[in-house]
Ligand binder design. Structure first.
Ligand code: DSN
Length: 507
């Protein structure tokens, strides 16, 4: 006992031994292994949850074999998915870089700061004049637009935006049934298309604004195939002293690549989702002007005051912990958006869209506004004697994903008269102009099947149509043939973010 004690004290008192003791604490740990119950919790997906793994494999096959024509969708890159599926998902970081309510955020701050820097660079913005949030990603565009409204307006102040049935978006509050929070908490007045041209009626917008006196006007849409006249809307905003919010969700990839005009030259605030033409992860960004606004009549400098207000509205106003994996993935997407390859991609998106529009026109389809200047087309099916809901059903059955959509003149959003289709997703897979001529043929074939089904339907309801579609063996065999052709065509193109060889369902 005494010997042992002596040995211990002599060891303790030797400085070199002390050094060895501390160095073994910091660097010479052996790796511990987990007990089985922890190991099991960390097994790979295929072991933990084959059911979900199978669903993911089915979705991969769907993305590979189908024609993805929904204009607000895209296939994000492998590198973005790697960042999104990373350990960055594990952190809470309420607050802002350098001012968090949680410890351990040094790398989250680095990712977010880089993301913000890249966001400004991507859109060519001077950081002394514009600020941006990549934190606004714990929702889709609806929260972001709502965050802007709550930051800059008082409850029930007035917003003007494109009418929902004319191509607007629910987050702009022009729904007459008051189903969106925006239309519940704010007063909205729509501006509309000139139905004879399918273009926005700016003259009428100006007149309505003079009567309605909005505090904020939204320049942005969900189904508008033409470019916005931002300068014109700026003038209306200036007359009414209204904030100009550009919602560039659909077109932000095209804006980033500089292939269509940028709203930043005119708007006060710009919002966008990040997963549409921009090809990032699902999320949203808010940009706002800062710095000098004007010199007032007394010769004093007036500064923009959006930064703190929008900051507050995002957090703590409406958002909690940011999705750090998404912010990290977005940083990657923005890096890609500044490359020459991305510019080529966006040029191809536009060229494909224009070819697609032309092919549809040649087949006798009526396009709202007569064509397109962006990534989407809006087909008015009324002259064909059918509606968007019925055509969407047949398209889905032949593995073509598109949206039914209201078109000017529609009385019901339940049976809209049009179909909205876009080119960003298939362009990501490598489709070029000739491929879109083929896509137009497949679309036309699907519409013809829909017309035949409608003729055989016993009643006038959508469910009668579906019943006729499912019960007619001749129709079923036409659908099977067309689906076979569509899938054969789509399968020629590479998948994005995963390899065909590694897929479970790759036949
Ligand atoms: N951004 C919408 C779309 O256009 O599909 C979804 O809310």
């Amino acid at each position: 006992m005494a010997m042992a004690l002596r040995r211990l004290t002599s060891t303790i008192n030797k400085p070199t031994s002390l050094y060895r003791l501390s160095s073994s604490l910091s660097a010479q740990h052996t790796h511990k292994s987990h007990p089985d119950w922890i190991k099991q919790l960390n097994d790979p997906l295929g072991v933990v949850d084959p059911e979900i793994e199978d669903i993911i494999e089915l979705e991969k096959a769907r993305q590979w074999k189908g024609l993805e024509l929904i204009p607000s969708e895209n296939f994000t890159s492998l590198s973005v998915m790697q960042a999104v599926g990373s350990v960055m998902t594990n952190k809470y970081s309420e607050g802002y870089p350098g001012a968090r309510y949680y410890g351990g955020n040094e790398y989250i701050d680095m990712a977010e700061t880089l993301c913000q820097k890249r966001a400004l660079e991507t859109f060519g913005l001077d950081p002394t004049q514009w600020g941006g949030f990549s934190t606004s990603v714990s929702g889709q565009l609806k929260p972001s637009n709502f965050q802007v409204y709550t930051a800059l307006l008082k409850p029930h102040e007035r917003i003007m935006a494109l009418d929902l049935p004319h191509g607007g978006h629910l987050s702009h509050g022009t729904d007459t049934k008051k189903i969106s929070a925006v239309s519940i908490f704010f007063e909205t007045m729509p501006y509309r298309l000139d139905e004879s041209t399918g273009y926005i009626d700016y003259d009428q917008m100006e007149k309505s604004a003079a009567l309605f006196r909005p505090k904020l006007i939204v320049a942005g849409a969900s189904a508008y195939a033409r470019l916005y006249d931002y300068a014109r809307i700026r003038k209306v905003c200036d007359k009414q002293k209204a904030v100009m919010l550009a919602d560039m969700a659909h077109i932000s990839g095209l804006v980033a690549a500089g292939v269509i005009p940028s709203p930043f030259d005119y708007a006060d605030v710009v919002t966008t989702t990040t997963h549409k033409s921009l090809r990032g992860p699902r999320g949203a960004m808010i940009f706002f002007r800062k710095g000098l606004k004007e010199i007032n009549k007394k010769g004093q400098e007036v500064l923009y005051d959006y930064e703190d207000k929008i900051n507050q509205a995002v957090f703590p106003g409406l958002q909690g912990g940011p999705h750090n994996h998404t912010i990290t993935g977005l940083a990657v997407a923005l890096k890609q958006a500044m490359t020459p390859e991305f510019k080529n991609y966006q040029k191809q998106v536009l060229s494909n869209s224009s070819t697609f529009a032309q092919s549809l026109l040649e087949k006798g389809y009526d396009l709202v506004s007569g064509g397109t200047e962006n990534h989407l087309v809006l087909v008015n099916l009324r002259n064909k004697g059918i509606d968007g809901s019925r055509v969407e059903k047949v398209l889905e059955s032949v593995h073509i994903a598109a949206n039914k959509n209201t078109v000017p003149g529609d009385v019901s959003a339940m049976v809209p008269g049009g179909i909205r289709m876009g080119t960003p997703a298939l362009t990501s897979r490598g489709f070029v102009e000739d491929d879109f001529k083929k896509v137009a043929e497949y679309f036309d074939a699907a519409v013809k099947i829909a017309l035949q089904i409608k003729e055989n339907s016993k009643g006038t309801k959508l469910k009668d149509f579906v019943e006729a579609m499912e019960s007619d063996s001749q129709v079923q065999s036409q659908i099977a043939d067309l689906r076979h052709d569509v899938e054969g065509y789509a399968k020629q193109f590479p998948t994005i973010g995963f390899e065909i060889e590694t897929m479970k369902y790759n036949k």
